[in-house]
Design a protein around this ligand. Structure first.
Ligand SMILES: [Zn+2]
Ligand SMILES: [Zn+2]
Length: 356
């Protein structure tokens, strides 16, 4: 039997160029849903897949892992969704569903399929830069009615990635959180942590992002190139979230309070941040922790969507028609400073059903 086909924006080879063409769709398994994409946003890691930054890309490749859409088909065993449901799609396509991590709703850490991170990621078939995606029903997340799809899509990677460490480490009332980098991840970290009840300090190079950071909810902005400003927050930070794509990680360690936690988010492109040295003595006598955090599994993803509905918070970004995606990908590659927090795209399907 020949494979089903789908129209998609494709990286045909390594690079930042996208071509719209027909590709093979993955089979619809008994527990899979097919989702017609209505809104999809562009994350820097989509570009990283195009550039083969992690040496895992196989071309042709269809990226896209922050999306909302409408269920258009369901496999014979699907119980949690029906045709017509609005759902959100992120990084995960499927996982074993039975290991200790999957059972805890931390599927992004699935332990099977050859060790840690055994989860099948969305780009193992056509991702969300296609007219439709097919994923296991467990990874199609119901969207609370009050949320607009254009505010939801970026939550599925950027939002989930920053929400997990906030939920895991910001248990103390009035916890002081340092958000390092005010971009795609950082802007959501500021919004979510401040709504979570944290005192948020934002740090970035220069003063260009200062006003935006305050508008998003930061009580203080620090220019990371200004030694005096950095000294002023020494020992004050309970949780530091490293949301930048590069830079000097170690310069932020002195900001940690006794018992403070420094969290690295996302996978750094290339080898730039792959190794960090730290003073063991500093960390021992300050009871400090150095932690890593990947994109959330199903428990935190569902929590985040409900948290956003209750607190009326969503992503900011620039909304464009999907035909602009190749140009936006090029801008993100050639002049990332000109890119907004997020490029968010609406498809023809969205244009027909604009009521969400
Ligand atoms: Zn598993
Ligand atoms: Zn992403």
């Amino acid at each position: 039997m020949s494979a089903d086909k789908v129209q998609a924006y494709v990286f045909e080879k390594q690079g930042a160029e996208l071509v719209r063409k027909e590709v093979d769709q993955v089979p619809l398994g008994a527990n899979d849903v097919e989702v017609d994409i209505t809104v999809v946003s562009l994350c820097h890691t989509d570009l990283s897949l195009g550039l083969n930054d992690w040496k895992v890309s196989q071309y042709p490749l269809v990226a896209g892992h922050e999306a909302v859409g409408i269920v258009s088909k369901v496999g014979s065993e699907v119980k949690s969704h029906k045709v017509g449901d609005r759902v959100a799609i992120g990084w995960m396509r499927s996982s074993c569903g039975t290991c200790a991590r999957c059972n805890c709703g931390e599927e992004s850490q699935c332990l099977t399929r050859g060790g840690a991170a055994g989860v099948a990621l969305i780009f193992s078939g056509p991702g969300a830069f296609a007219d439709s995606v097919r994923v296991h029903e467990r990874f199609a997340f119901s969207v609370p009615e009050s949320l607009k799809s254009t505010n939801v899509a970026p939550l599925m990677c950027a939002g989930c990635t920053v929400y997990s460490p906030i939920a895991n480490y910001c248990s103390k009332p009035g916890c002081t959180v340092l958000v390092i980098g005010v971009g795609g991840l950082g802007h959501l970290a500021i919004k979510l942590a401040s709504k979570y009840g944290c005192n948020v300090i934002a740090a970035s190079r220069g003063t260009r992002k200062a006003e935006q950071a305050r508008e998003l909810g930061a009580s203080l902005y620090v220019d990371s190139t200004n030694e005096e400003e950095m000294k002023s927050i020494a020992g004050k930070v309970d949780v530091a979230l490293f949301c930048a794509s590069g830079g000097d990680v170690k310069q932020y360690f002195p900001t940690l309070s006794c018992g403070g936690t420094f969290v690295m988010l996302g996978a750094p492109p290339s080898d730039e941040l792959s190794e960090v040295s730290l003073s063991v003595v500093d960390f021992i006598f300050g009871s400090k922790k150095f932690a890593g955090s990947a994109v959330a599994g199903s428990v935190h993803t569902n929590q985040l969507l409900n948290f956003c509905a209750v607190n009326k918070v969503g992503s900011a970004g620039t909304v464009l028609p999907i035909a602009e995606l190749p140009k936006a990908m090029k801008t993100l590659h050639d002049s990332p400073k000109d890119a907004p927090f997020r490029y968010i795209f609406t498809t023809d399907k969205w244009n027909k059903e604009k009521d969400f």
